[in-house]
Structures are given as C-alpha cells and as structure tokens.
Design a protein around this ligand. Structure first.
Ligand SMILES: [Zn+2]
Length: 147
C-alpha cells in the first residue's frame, strides 16, 4: 500500500505481517532505460529499468527490512529480510542495485547506521545482503574495477 509519509514523501507500508524471506512487492518493468534516471533500478552494467509505481515508491533505508532479488519478469522482487509488521514502512537499500547512486544526497532514514547519503555499491566495503545479480557476478572481492 502506498501512503504519504511525513517528511519523506511517499512510501510503501505493509498491509499485513510478512515472514523472513517472504515476497513483499514484485517490481514489474514498465520501461527500459539506457541510462540511470532518478527512479530507475539498475539491472546490469548498461541496463536500467523503471519499475511499476509500488516498487518505485519504496523508500531507501541504510538498514532496510527488505532486500532485492532479480525476478522472472525482469525486475526486482522485494523480500522481507526480517519480519515486517503490518503498518511498518517497507524499505530497501538503493546501494544493493545501483553501482553508482545519486538518488539520496541527504538520507532521512533515521537508522543508527545511516550512511548520510547513497553513493552506490562500488563504494561499499561491507557485505551487502540481497544484491542485484549483476553485482554478485562482479567479482568485487577480486578487486575488479567496473564502471
Ligand atoms: Zn540512511
């Protein structure tokens, strides 16, 4: 369910409880973009997609309750990384799909581990759970420097 969240714009809120690993939102592709847009999701090094309204309304959090999994319809599924209670805002980490991210210049997530802004997966030195498939294949540990 999409609602307007105070101070953060729109957000997506759970309409029931979700167990760990359960599908919360299936993000379906509405448009393929050759370049990053403000609301695009990165699927591969040169592939960005715009997902449907519910998926793109899910806000970023530096310690999110949902993670992304590449899905069978070319988008991302958002699955519960921990129990999500009815009424709780569903959040995900932009850096789990975006190799470089300019989306959040000043993060309002309020997490105790808030990183202040999103810069992208390439800047992460910690392990990021539920990352996009193309990033898992990147061999980051081997020190490869992709775009
Ligand atoms: Zn944050």
């Amino acid at each position: 369910m999409i609602l307007d969240a105070a101070g953060k714009g729109r957000g997506v809120y759970a309409v029931r409880d979700f167990a760990v690993g359960e599908l919360v939102v299936r993000g379906r592709v509405e448009r393929v973009e050759p370049h990053r847009t403000r609301h695009s999701f990165q699927k591969d090094w040169d592939l960005h997609v715009e997902l449907d309204e519910t998926a793109r309304s899910i806000n970023h959090c530096c310690s999110p309750n949902a993670g992304v999994v590449d899905n069978v319809v070319g988008g991302y599924d958002f699955v519960a990384m921990r129990v999500i209670r009815e009424g709780e805002e569903v959040t995900w980490d932009y850096e789990s799909t975006e190799y470089e991210s300019i989306a959040v210049q000043s993060c309002l997530c309020g997490s105790a581990v808030c990183r202040g802004r999103t810069r992208g997966f390439k800047h992460r030195t910690d392990s990021v759970p539920y990352t996009a498939a193309y990033l898992r294949d990147a061999g980051r540990q081997a020190g490869d420097d992709h775009r």
